[in-house]
Every structure is written in structure tokens, then in C-alpha cells.
Design a binder for this molecule. Structure first.
Ligand code: IMP
Ligand code: MG
Length: 183
């Protein structure tokens, strides 16, 4: 059984992802030259992007991870509230934090998280998201660095899951609706 059989449409290919990550890494390396860059990623969806992006960054940087969860909701929808399940190890004071995200969807997660991180006295907090779904946004948040705009559809691959599966697909695609019981 091949995971690819469950994909209806490929939205972003492996080659497109590689090229974009290289661009973003170069841009970040220029913008953060001489700064104390800390890449922060939210597990688990952003782990694939983090692993690629950090190797495309050519200046010294550190990495850290956190786990957040939304209260309630289903597999494909998120609720309004965010809880820190596993906090960062790093002290943020005076540092330049770049949040590395898989997808900016409703924006609820980062709208909650960014103010929490800003209270820890970092020099700056910005967002880098490989995917953006502007049609779904419920808040005014935007990414400072962004990869690809995707339509209002549930997508998997390149770290993104459905029911913890498909994270290891090397491209981003739309799951066949029958897989998640949609129409
Ligand atoms: P938010 O709606 O912007 O708060 O997004 C919260 C999180 O939901 C993202 O970081 C993803 O982990 C997850 N998510 C949002 N859209 C999708 C999707 O299409 N597929 C898989 N996970 C998603
Ligand atoms: Mg995520």
C-alpha cells in the first residue's frame, strides 16, 4: 500500500519545496546576519520544514521546539484556545526568534503564541511559514517569510498530517475526501 494512492492532487512538488527553502534560507541569512537567531518550531508539523530550512541558513543559529495543543476540535478543524504542552528550553531575552511553521491556516495558534513569546523580552519575533491558507484566516496575522499559498483544502505531506499519517510524504497534496470522510 502506497500513501500516494490517497492523494487526489499534488499542490507543491518536492522540487518546488527545495527551491523555495533555499530562497528562504538565503533571505533569512542576509536579514539576520550578526543577530542571535533562534529558530523555533512547533512540533510536530513543522519538523520537516525546520530540518530543511536550518540547513539552508548559512549564519550561526540555534534551534528549539515547543508543543502546543488547541483545546477540543477535530482532526481537521482547530478551536480558539492554545495551550503550551511542552515549552521552549531556551531563554528568549535579547534574542531574535523566528517561528518556523508548517502552515498558517486560521492563524489562531500563532496569534496566541506570538504575544506569549514577546512577553519573554526577545529582541524580535517573526514568522516563517512554508504554507499559507489566507482564505481560512480568522485573525490579522501574516507571515514575515512565506512559501506557497494553498487553497482552502485540507493538505498533507512535508510534515503535515491527517491522523498522524502522511507527514513523510516529500510533497504537499490534497487528500482524497473519502479518506477523511469529507464529500
Ligand atoms: P492555525 O489554524 O493557523 O492555528 O493552524 C494550526 C495548525 O493546524 C497548523 O500548524 C497545522 O499543524 C494544522 N493544520 C492547519 N491546516 C492544516 C492542513 O491542511 N493539514 C494538516 N494540518 C493542518
Ligand atoms: Mg503546526
Amino acid at each position: 500500500m502506497d500513501m500516494r494512492d490517497d492523494i487526489q492532487t499534488v499542490l507543491v512538488t518536492e522540487e518546488q519545496l527545495k527551491a523555495k527553502v533555499a530562497d528562504l534560507g538565503a533571505q533569512i541569512s542576509r536579514d539576520y546576519a550578526g543577530k542571535d537567531l533562534l529558530l523555533v518550531s512547533i512540533l510536530k508539523g513543522a519538523v520537516v520544514f525546520m530540518a530543511d530550512l536550518m540547513r539552508a541558513v548559512t549564519i550561526p543559529c540555534s534551534i528549539d521546539f515547543m508543543v502546543v495543543s488547541s483545546y477540543g476540535g477535530t482532526n481537521t478543524e482547530t478551536t480558539g484556545l492554545v495551550k503550551i504542552v511542552k515549552d521552549l528550553d531556551a531563554d528568549l531575552s535579547g534574542r531574535d526568534v523566528l517561528i518556523v511553521e508548517d502552515v498558517l491556516d486560521t492563524g489562531v495558534t500563532l496569534s496566541n503564541l506570538v504575544p506569549m513569546l514577546k512577553m519573554r523580552n526577545p529582541n524580535s519575533v517573526r514568522i516563517c511559514a512554508i504554507l499559507d491558507k489566507p482564505a481560512r484566516r480568522k485573525t490579522s496575522i501574516t507571515a514575515d517569510y512565506q512559501g506557497f499559498e494553498v487553497p482552502d483544502a485540507f493538505v498533507v505531506g512535508y510534515g503535515l498530517d491527517y491522523d498522524e499519517k502522511y507527514r513523510n510524504l516529500p510533497f504537499v497534496g490534497i487528500l482524497k475526501p473519502e479518506i477523511y470522510g469529507g464529500e
